[in-house]
Design a protein around this ligand. Structure first.
Ligand code: AVJ
Length: 314
């Protein structure tokens, strides 16, 4: 079975062709996440080198009562890019008063599986999954039960995948669904020593390399495309001027790739830019969101590697 209900074929094709026609070729990082890509990301989160997931979970565990008090009761929790919902389980296990949970996820098969499991584990929780590409405007499903407020949960520093201008458009779009007093619990990765950053995206086992290349496999599977994964190598580095980790796939040779009758040439050493992962200072992040949200609380770890922040719609 194919998982392209919301990511309709013409849209995916258009976005991919548009990216590969640029001088610096690029692909939207959301296309990492088919079933296999979501699984590979889960493996990344367990790597020694990849500190963000572990650190964020630790921050949550260490501050749970405080987080719950801040977020409030009788809320609708809408999670952006819910994946395995592992961090949500942490919240659900400590939060007696989540009225409804809306997992929002691009990978349809993965979402269906996770929701099925959650329904068994939390029989009293109302779960309303939404399979969509949340980087585009979307509408939350209507919730019948009474609730006090809507809280978006956006962990993992996935907001760092957006360029600041895109992040602002995204925040603007989210805020149209919120009333003043609603909120967002968001994970934000912080600026730090470059070698810590670069190691996190260049693990020894090569899981991140497989994850990066999976974008090509996904395109081959969904579209009529013939990327040879062996002809590309993984590259990840910190771009200090932009304050972001960049992932690229570098062509090992001069080569030609065909996607639905469109032909693309790659020179040896030429790259496809596949992902940005922005790292923020607390002040930069506050400025980024300030048009729509006030930063109510910031929790961080002792190394100041990562932050969990509660933002309130103004
Ligand atoms: C899921 C987007 C937060 O940017 O660190 C992990 C994805 N890419 N390793 C990140 C990712 C390479 C991850 N996010």
């Amino acid at each position: 079975m194919d998982d392209h209900v919301t990511l309709s074929f013409p849209k995916m094709l258009d976005e991919i062709i548009e990216g590969l026609e640029k001088d610096q070729k690029e692909l939207p990082s959301k296309y990492f996440y088919d079933q296999r890509g979501s699984q590979l990301f889960e493996e990344i989160t367990e790597l020694e080198e990849y500190y963000p997931t572990r650190t964020e979970m630790r921050i949550m565990q260490d501050n749970m009562p405080y987080i719950i008090r801040t977020v409030g009761s009788d809320i609708i929790l809408a999670e952006l890019g819910s994946g395995s919902s592992k961090k949500t389980r942490l919240l659900l296990d400590h939060f007696p008063s989540i009225t409804s949970y809306i997992p929002i996820e691009i990978s349809e098969q993965y979402l269906a599986k996770v929701v099925q499991k959650l329904n068994q584990e939390y029989p009293d929780l109302q779960i309303e999954p939404l399979c969509t590409d949340y980087s585009m405007p979307f509408q939350l499903p209507a919730i019948a039960q009474p609730y006090s407020k809507i809280v978006f949960f956006y962990p993992g520093s996935t907001i760092g995948n957006f360029q600041p201008s895109q992040a602002k458009a995204f925040l603007n779009n989210l805020s149209t669904q919120l009333d003043p007093g609603d909120g967002m619990l968001v994970g934000v990765d912080l600026k730090k020593n470059i070698s810590v950053l670069e190691t996190a995206y260049n693990d020894r086992q090569g899981v991140t390399a497989s994850f990066n290349k999976n974008i090509l496999r996904h395109i081959n599977r969904k579209l009529d495309a013939n990327f040879n994964l062996n002809n590309f190598r993984h590259e990840a580095f910190y771009n200090r001027d932009e304050g972001r980790i960049e992932m690229h796939l570098v062509s090992r040779t001069d080569q030609t790739v065909t996607i639905e009758k469109e032909v693309f040439h790659f020179k040896q050493g030429e790259s496809i830019h596949t992902e940005n992962s922005y790292k923020y200072s607390l002040a930069d992040f506050e400025t980024l969101v300030s048009e729509w949200f006030s930063v109510e609380k910031v929790w961080t770890d002792s190394d100041h590697y990562f932050s969990l922040q509660y933002l309130q719609k103004i």
